[in-house]
Write a protein that binds this ligand. Structure first.
Ligand code: GDP
Ligand code: MN
Length: 391
């Protein structure tokens, strides 16, 4: 999961990464005005959305007065930043910037380790700097020996030297990187990015912005990351939130064929066969190992609560999961849900598949069609979706 800027700064702060003094999280222009008054002097009014490039989109503005802070708040609330509508603004004491740098640490899948990226050219599009002047971007894969006891200070300093940070910034930037790496481990982050990392006019290095991605697979170690749940941030997706609650893997996509399968690989394959059949999947949903009526009902309800869904493909390969139980689960789920107005195509294969298909045939539920193969099931589901879309 991604954090918004102010949350990332909180995470940095508690791990010893220097950040500006804590600001105020606001939801109305009145609150922004009050915050600017309390902080006093020059403030910065910042949209809190999980999307970069807020500055260019008009979502980050300096305010010299309380009145100006209010004006900025009025223009920033409701602003659409690449599809993310601003509901929350962070007001912070403005920092005096001497220079802007770039720094990030990420899980590098290719290198199978941590990668530090640092550049003297910060504050702008790092991809652009990397494309046009790659020699200005230092990429340092961390060796196991360099992180045996936290990130080595010498390595951090060497990275800052190679990134050509000026003498005035090098030592503090190295300390900051050591703390940043510690934060990454302590908080189970897969990405921490600071752009810009700044040298202030009074000679200190601090994180002026933050981007933090936490590892969802480590959520159990952090109380499910509930401390970072904030009302009003993100196009808060009810279905995805409900899925999280029910422990189901669910991701919304753009199409109208709902997908429900067991095992991430099979669900991915289902998306492909639907595409091959000329349709488009509405979601990714992995029911996991449990295919009992309750899990099936929760999953089906999720998929069907998406109004765009015109048909549903249930694709189950029985291994440990038994297809006869899946069939009963589907029927039980339909019973629990009552008036289901969309059709399901169910493909069962593997353990007890014949028995499962027999159960479905016998029930002859008006909303359920059984299919023998995945391709056949996808074709039927796509045809049913097109039919309902056209109706
Ligand atoms: P982003 O556009 O979403 O990456 O948002 P940032 O937090 O990085 O802010 C964009 C730009 O606004 C920065 O690169 C700075 O130039 C400027 N900015 C942000 N905060 C301050 C501040 O406290 N003081 C000053 N002078 N400029 C700031
Ligand atoms: Mn930034």
């Amino acid at each position: 999961m991604d954090l918004v800027e102010y949350q990332g700064k909180q995470l940095f702060g508690r791990n010893g990464v220097p950040v500006p003094p804590p600001g105020v999280v606001c939801r109305t222009p009145d609150e922004v005005e009050a915050a600017a008054r309390e902080i006093g002097g020059l403030t910065v009014i910042k949209a809190q959305v999980k999307m970069g490039g807020r500055g260019k989109a008009g979502g980050v503005k300096l305010a010299k007065s309380v009145e100006e802070a209010r004006e900025h708040a009025e223009s920033i609330f409701g602003l659409d930043i690449k599809g993310h509508v601003v509901n929350v603004i962070y007001v912070e004491d403005a920092s005096d910037i001497a220079e802007e740098y770039y720094l990030s640490v990420l899980h590098d899948r290719v290198g199978k380790g941590y990668l530090v990226i640092a550049s003297r050219e910060g504050g702008m599009d790092i991809e652009k700097v990397n494309a046009e002047t790659p020699d200005k971007v230092v990429k340092h894969p961390l060796l196991p020996s360099e992180v045996a006891d936290g990130l080595s200070r010498d390595v951090a300093l060497d990275i800052m030297t190679r990134a050509d940070l000026p003498d005035a910034a090098r030592a503090e930037a190295a300390d900051l990187l050591v703390a940043l790496f510690g934060a990454m481990l302590a908080e189970d982050a897969t990405l921490v990015e600071i752009n810009p990392l700044i040298l202030t006019t009074d000679g200190h290095v601090i994180a002026l912005d933050s981007k933090v991605t936490l590892d969802d697979n480590a959520a159990f170690r952090h109380d499910g990351y509930t401390e970072w749940d904030v009302e009003g941030i993100e196009p808060f997706d009810e279905q995805e939130a409900a899925a999280k609650e029910a422990g189901i893997q669910y991701v919304k996509l753009d199409g109208d064929v709902g997908i429900l399968g067991n095992g991430a690989g099979l669900v991915m394959a289902s998306l492909d066969v639907v595409a091959q059949a000329g349709g488009e999947a509405a979601n990714f949903l992995d029911i996991g190992g449990g295919a009992d009526a309750d899990t099936m009902a929760a999953s089906l309800q999720l998929v069907l609560s998406d109004e765009r869904v015109n048909s549903v493909l249930v694709n189950v390969f029985g291994g440990i999961t038994q297809c006869d139980l899946v069939a009963k689960g589907v029927l039980g789920a339909l019973e629990q849900l009552g008036d289901v107005d969309r059709k399901l195509v169910v493909r069962l294969d593997g353990t007890n598949a014949e028995e499962g298909r027999r159960i479905l045939d016998e029930a002859a539920h008006p909303n359920v069609a059984a299919a023998a193969t995945m391709a056949e099931a996808a074709e039927q589901a796509v045809a049913l979706a097109a039919e309902r879309a056209g109706a």
